[in-house]
Design a protein around this ligand. Structure first.
Ligand SMILES: C[S@@+](CC[C@H](N)C(=O)[O-])C[C@H]1O[C@@H](n2cnc3c(N)ncnc32)[C@H](O)[C@@H]1O
Length: 270
């Protein structure tokens, strides 16, 4: 059972950050309003929408990825537990001329809150670490999919949880005892830097690759493919180089590589 305090702390943290993120250059809102996609090139290349009509984006934050999927011809729904995030999502979607459904709910209440089944469940970078129970998450995903529907998951690789960004050495246990990593001073955020904020306590959970893949299989989904990438969205160490389009960081070419992001597609068979 997760402590209610942890969820409340996380919600306050995200509620305060959402309006800041909607103004932050990191989220490129002006470019998105002008037609740019917030999805990475590899996402658009590796995942085929095919005949799918509907997509739900879990933990959609300020909706940039949700809007980008709508531009691929999908009818989209974004779900998040932060009302300020959904307010920003709605405002940005309106500016983009995109119609979307925005639903306020905790991830674990998604099935009741959404009341529908989807062709695609998408969940993007930086979502799973906020959830305490990965097996229950996978069951929610399976329940949200129509038979033949697909989960498309894109995340930071759990190995990056264990690495110290400055020294690139192993700083935290890769394996998890199920307890959250509580931090009391994450002022500002990854998108706005260390700006003054009122709510600065977070609770995050590590989920190993084994736990993630086994949870998906355990929920009755068939793994179609699994990809790992030697690049990520952040400068994880000082010597990381930014790619030409500015969206992706990677270690210098002479440095041995690790997987820093991963993606997978899994299908609900019946
Ligand atoms: C890092 S953001 C997702 C980022 C997204 N990939 C993006 O860049 O737009 C994580 C989101 O998860 C949401 N979240 C965290 N815990 C949640 C929960 N238990 N239920 C629903 N949403 C949650 C937060 O409000 C936040 O918007």
């Amino acid at each position: 059972m997760v402590a209610h305090d942890n969820v409340t702390a996380n919600q306050r943290w995200w509620d305060e950050r959402a309006p800041l993120h909607a103004k932050a250059p990191f989220y490129r809102i002006d470019e998105i309003v002008n037609g740019a996609s917030s999805l990475d090139d590899f996402e658009l290349n590796e995942f085929e929408v095919g005949q799918a009509h509907s997509l739900v984006h879990l933990q959609c934050h300020i909706g940039t990825d949700t809007i980008s999927w709508a531009r691929q011809g999908l009818e989209v729904t974004g779900l998040d537990f932060s009302q300020p995030a959904l307010d920003e999502a709605q405002r940005i979607a309106y500016a983009c001329g995109i119609s979307a459904r925005w639903v306020l709910a905790d991830l674990y209440d998604a099935v009741a809150a959404l009341g529908a089944a989807y062709d695609i469940v998408y969940t993007g970078k930086g979502a799973l670490t906020w959830l305490h129970d990965i097996e229950r998450w996978a069951m929610v995903v399976a329940d949200l999919l129509k038979p033949g529907g697909r989960l498309y998951l894109v995340e930071f690789h759990p190995i990056t949880w264990a690495l110290d960004a400055d020294s690139w050495s192993i700083a935290l246990d890769y394996f998890s005892d199920g307890k959250p990593e509580i931090q009391h001073e994450p002022q500002g955020s990854y998108a706005v830097g260390p700006v003054a904020t009122q709510w600065n306590t977070t609770a995050e959970w590590q989920h190993t690759m084994g736990d993630i893949v086994s949870s998906i299989a355990g929920a009755g989904l068939r793994l179609d493919w699994f990809h790992e990438f030697p690049f990520t969205r952040f400068a994880l160490a000082e010597n990381f180089e930014r790619t030409r389009d500015g969206a992706i960081y990677r270690p210098p070419a002479n440095q041995p590589r690790l997987p820093l992001m991963f993606s997978l597609c899994a299908t609900k068979l019946s």
